[in-house]
Write a protein that binds this ligand. Sequence first.
Ligand code: ZN
Length: 254
Amino acid sequence: MAPVGGKKAKRGILERLNSGEVVIGDGGFVFALEKRGYVKAGPWTPEAAVEHPEAGASIVGVNCHFDPTISLQTVKLMKEGLEAARLKAHLMSQPLAYHTPDCNKQGFIDLPEFPFGLEPRVTTRWDIQKYAREAYNLGVRYIGGCCGFEPYHIRAIAEELAPERGFLPPASEKHGSWGSGLDMHTKPWIRARARKEYWENLRIASGRPYNPSLSKPDAWGVTKGTSELMQQKEATTEQQLRELFEKQKFKSAQ
Ligand SMILES: [Zn+2]
């Protein structure tokens, strides 16, 4: 299948979804920009570009904070809710590219690894192909990713759904799908990995013998209205930080 060529006239998101197109989104730019050194991670102020305010509730779904599995379970519940209420809406999902089976209600921000130790949880491109297929089968047509997603993850969505979309993304020129480019590798056991079955069935090791596979999420019980949750304009003082460090010590010991 050839990559898509030429520039199509820009159409609105609803127009594209209404015509049955599978739209691929990428909302993980804050994390990606921090890793590349473009933005300072501090206040973590999200920037949102609302390009299509006319969309409104015509598109329903979830974005960020949870992994692909939990996100799709949530979208499934939304779909059932819409059907029960006899409402029609396009479904969307933009999960994390991190595995978070152990996070609680607030999602990955409660994991002790957030935000700078999340790398061992990164999904593979194969996890993302599986997610794209499951999302499509569920009826989601705006399929994307949020924090942790890298360009190769988005490419994996586009490649998995190439039969439905009718074309491969331009970035597919840079590799062979399902590892097929490994067929020229100098080592024969690596050449043996040039196939879908290998990558689809691989159980991946973390390589961290003294680490747990799951973490205990923080649960400070800080909810809306708590003074510590107010975003302040002035810099956090040394004294305020010390109080938080003490509180963390106490919470960790529990
Ligand atoms: Zn995010």
